[in-house]
Design a protein around this ligand. Structure first.
Ligand code: NAI
Length: 338
C-alpha cells in the first residue's frame, strides 16, 4: 500500500475528491489516504494557507493528490497553489492534452503536453507600489530554473517517445528573462537532446497556430504565466477543463492536480466533471508504478483508464461535455465499467 496525501480543496474539490476515492477503492488501488488541508479549507480551520503539517505529510509520503483551492482575486490571502509548489520546489508541471473517445471537439488527433515552469516568472509575487498610481510586478528568471525545466521537458519527451519540444516565449520584448529561458532551452537541446526536434515561437503567433491546428505540436515548454494561460487554452481544444489532468513534479515529491480551479459557479450541485481529477489520480498511479516499480499501480491505472473511456464512449457524460449525468451518476457509471 502506498500512503498518499489527499487535499480535497474547496468549491468542487470535495465532490471530485469523493468521486476519485470511490473509483480508486472500487478498483482496489493500493493506496491509503491521509487527508490534509490547504487554502480556504485550512484557513477555515484556523490554520495557515499551507500548514506545515500538510507539507510535512507530502514530504513524508512523497506524493499527494490535490483538489482545487480558491484564491481571492485582487485582495486577500496568497495562493495556496503557488505556495505549495514553491515550498516543495515542484518545479515541473505536466499537463497532457488529448482528445477523448466520445468527446466531440473541433479537432481530432490532438495529443500534446504542456510543460510549465512552476516556481519562477511573475509568480514571484513580488509587487510594489512605487508611488501613488504606479505599481510594479517582478518577473524572475534564474539560470538554474530555466535550465532544469528545459532538461525536464526534453527528458520527458525522450522518455515518452515524443519527437519535438516547442518553446513559446516573448523574448523579443523581455530580452533578459524570456531571453534566458530560450537561451538555456537551446543550450540544453544542443548539449544533451539533439535527437529531439526543437523549435521556438513567439507566444502570440504560437497561440494562433495552436487554435488553427493543434496537431502540429507535441511538447510545449513555457515559463510560469504562459504555461498557466496556455494550459486552459489547450483544455478548450479537447473538451474543456473537465478533462485535463496535471502533475507538479519536484526532486523529492510530486503533487497531482487537475488544471481546473474550484469552479464556485457549480460547487455543491453535483455538476462537476470528476474526470480531470480522476485522470490526475491515474497519472499518480503511473508515477508510483515507475518510481517504485509497482506493477499493481500500473495495472490499476490501465483498468481505470479503460473504464472511463468505455463510459464516455457509451455517451455517459457530465453536463460540461453535453451529457445528462451528475457527478455522482457519472462516477457510478465509471465504477460499473471497471
Ligand atoms: P475554474 O477552472 O474554477 O472554472 C472555470 C470554468 O470552468 C467555470 O465555468 C467552471 O464551472 C468550469 N469548470 C472547471 N472545472 C470544471 C469541472 N471539473 N467540471 C465542470 N466544469 C468545470 O476557474 P476560475 O473560475 O477562473 O477560478 C475559480 C477559483 O479557482 C479561483 O479562486 C482560482 O484562483 C482557483 N483556481 C485554482 C486552481 C488550483 O487549485 N490549481 C487552478 C485554477 C484556478
Amino acid at each position: 500500500m502506498h500512503r498518499v496525501v489527499l487535499i480535497p480543496g474547496d468549491g468542487i474539490g470535495p465532490e471530485v475528491s469523493n468521486a476519485v476515492k470511490q473509483v480508486m477503492e472500487a478498483a482496489d488501488a493500493p493506496l491509503t489516504w491521509e487527508e490534509h488541508h490547504a487554502g480556504l479549507a485550512a484557513i477555515e480551520l484556523g490554520k495557515d494557507v499551507v500548514p506545515e503539517s500538510t507539507t510535512d505529510a507530502i514530504k513524508e509520503c512523497g506524493v499527494a493528490l490535490k483538489g482545487p483551492c480558491t484564491t481571492p482575486v485582487g485582495k486577500g490571502f496568497t495562493s495556496a497553489n503557488v505556495q505549495l509548489r514553491r515550498k516543495l520546489d515542484l518545479y515541473g508541471a505536466i499537463r497532457p492534452v488529448r482528445n477523448l473517445a466520445g468527446v466531440e471537439t473541433r479537432f481530432e488527433d490532438v495529443d500534446l503536453v504542456v510543460v510549465r515552469e512552476n516556481t519562477e516568472g511573475l509568480y514571484s509575487g513580488i509587487e510594489n507600489e512605487v508611488t501613488e498610481g504606479v505599481v510594479t510586478s517582478l518577473k524572475v528568471a534564474t539560470e538554474k530554473g530555466c535550465r532544469r525545466i528545459a532538461e525536464f521537458a526534453f527528458q520527458y519527451a525522450r522518455d515518452r517517445g515524443r519527437k519535438k519540444v516547442t518553446v513559446f516565449h516573448k523574448a523579443n520584448i523581455m530580452k533578459l528573462t524570456d531571453g534566458m529561458f530560450i537561451r538555456l532551452a537551446e543550450e540544453v537541446h544542443t548539449a544533451s537532446f539533439p535527437d529531439i526536434e526543437y523549435e521556438q515561437k513567439i507566444i502570440d503567433a504560437g497561440c494562433m497556430r495552436l487554435v488553427q491546428d493543434p496537431t502540429q505540436f507535441d511538447v510545449l515548454l513555457l515559463e510560469n504565466l504562459y504555461g498557466d494561460v496556455v494550459s486552459d487554452l489547450c483544455a478548450g481544444l479537447v473538451g474543456g477543463l473537465g478533462v485535463v489532468p496535471g502533475a507538479n513534479i519536484g526532486k523529492d515529491c510530486a503533487v497531482f492536480e487537475a488544471v481546473h480551479g474550484s469552479a464556485p459557479d457549480i460547487a455543491g450541485q453535483s455538476k462537476a466533471n470528476p474526470l480531470a481529477f480522476l485522470m490526475s489520480g491515474v497519472m499518480m498511479l503511473n508515477h508510483l508504478a515507475t518510481t517504485r516499480n509497482d506493477a499493481t499501480c500500473r495495472a490499476t491505472a490501465v483498468r481505470i483508464k479503460t473504464a472511463y473511456n468505455k463510459t464516455l464512449e457509451a455517451g455517459s457524460k457530465t453536463g460540461d461535455l453535453g451529457g445528462p449525468l451528475s457527478t455522482t451518476d457519472f462516477t457510478q457509471a465509471i465504477i460499473a465499467n471497471l
